[in-house]
Design a protein around this ligand. Structure first.
Ligand code: SF4
Length: 425
């Protein structure tokens, strides 16, 4: 069978592509033309006219090798989407070797791009300048057609009908907090938008374990910065008939999380009453108030302590995220993070440690990690050996080093949903 388009699906881009394919289909794109495969050799063998990628900056080495392999074997138009393409489009095109970068939210841009490419018999012409949300080269000229925004992303269903694909469902998009290390607000906007409850219920029927994608599960129904408890409750209540049919409902846990100041007695009671959640993923990031302020987290350590205590009181294990080696983090600040991590572990919670990675498209993109104190290294090593700390901080040290090199060599001003991204370093 001949395919016009292939999707290079991976573990990391799976959820995004499930939603994108649903959006393509709902706009009238025939998915029987689309091969979705995690096997690059299969994609090459089928010789599609277009291959779609979506990836993070942490993956660029692997992606570059794959592009080289494709180029050696077939002549296809290579399209890149995702956080790296938005933040470093010139690198994506010139260095990684893609033909087109999708800039912004992809639902409509990708549909317009694929229909336009079909009309131009799969050649890159100036007709593509009519499609919003693209970057590409016309000869030597770099063309950018504007940032693609999909205000009401929920007008597209989450799952395609024509392909048997399922994933946790994206229920909210955007985040107002603007933590300096995070790409979400700059790629998806500062205002949170939400999929309506009836649609969430309708499509949740397809999941056995109901899980959701959102930057902050307790911000459901709000512009993002405040808790609207009645909206969260309305959603969870509406999902109860599906629980009674035997599905389990997980909320505020993998693959989403909650901000600590949104963990209140009322929100935790909702989890107990309406969900099967046993682990609550809480973003703490540091045990030092000055550091929290410097990274623009807009909450304090006391919120983390309160969130942990409340979760434990109700029999839910708090799984608390920390970032170590943050820019400007002193030994004293690291000592405070260690104290907080120790306290959480002693109380019966879990800690997930991450090492600071400068991500393109964020205010901290050019910032360097701070060295880890001897005390921090010993603590993390000991806790990891005893199985008391989760998280990939060890591997992330190497990834962080690669990202710093990438940014030093190829920095470009990122495109963003919100205009110019502040540069802190
Ligand atoms: S880290 Fe979380 S709260 Fe902060 S900007 Fe990103 S999504 Fe929002």
């Amino acid at each position: 069978m001949d395919y016009e388009v292939a999707v290079r699906i991976t573990r990391r881009n799976h959820n995004a592509f499930v939603h994108l394919l649903a959006a393509l289909e709902s706009q009238g794109y025939d998915l029987s033309n689309v091969l979705v495969s995690n096997n690059l050799d299969e994609i090459i063998e089928k010789r599609p006219k277009v291959i779609l990628y979506s990836f993070y900056s942490q993956e660029v080495d692997t992606v570059k090798k794959e592009v080289e392999k494709i180029r050696k074997n077939i002549n296809a138009i290579l399209v890149a989407g995702g956080y790296h393409a938005i933040a470093m489009p010139k690198h994506t095109l010139k260095v990684l070797g893609f033909d087109i970068a999708v800039i912004g939210e992809g639902e409509e841009a990708l549909y317009d791009l694929l229909t336009k490419l079909r009309k131009t018999n799969y050649t890159i012409t100036k007709d593509l300048t009519e499609v919003r949300g693209l970057a590409f080269y016309l000869g030597d000229e770099f063309v950018f057609t504007g940032f693609a925004k999909v205000e009401d992303f929920w007008k597209f269903p989450p799952y395609p009908e024509g392909l048997k694909l399922i994933s946790p469902m994206e229920i909210s998009r955007g985040c107002p907090f603007g933590c300096y290390y995070c790409q979400t607000p700059y790629a998806k906007g500062f205002r949170m938008r939400h999929r309506p409850i009836d649609q969430i219920v309708k499509y949740s029927k397809r999941m056995k374990d109901m899980r959701y994608i959102t930057p902050n599960a307790f911000a459901y129904g709000s512009p993002g910065g405040i808790l609207k408890i009645e909206k969260v409750e309305a959603l969870l209540r509406a999902l109860q008939p599906l629980r009674r049919e035997g599905r389990r409902l997980f909320y505020g846990t993998f693959p989403s999380e909650v901000r600590p100041e949104f963990v209140t007695r009322e929100t935790v009671e909702l989890l107990v009453k309406y969900t099967d959640t046993k682990r609550l993923a809480i973003g703490a990031q540091s045990g030092d108030d000055k550091m929290l302020k410097a990274m623009h987290r807009v909450h304090r350590v006391e919120h983390v302590i309160n969130a942990v205590e409340l979760s434990l009181e109700y029999g839910i294990t708090p799984v608390v995220d920390f970032i170590v080696g943050l820019p400007g983090e002193t030994e004293e600040m690291q000592r405070k993070s260690i104290e907080l991590m120790k306290w959480i572990i002693k109380k019966g919670g879990k800690v997930r440690a991450h090492y600071f990675m400068p991500l393109p498209g964020t205010p901290w993109a050019k910032c360097k990690p701070s060295p880890l104190s001897e005390e921090m290294k010993k603590f993390l090593g000991r806790m990891a050996a005893e199985g008391k700390i989760e998280g990939a901080w060890g591997i992330q040290i190497e990834t962080s080093r690669k990202l710093q090199k990438l940014i030093e060599e190829f920095y470009e001003e990122p495109f963003s949903y919100v205009g110019k991204v502040k540069e802190i370093c």
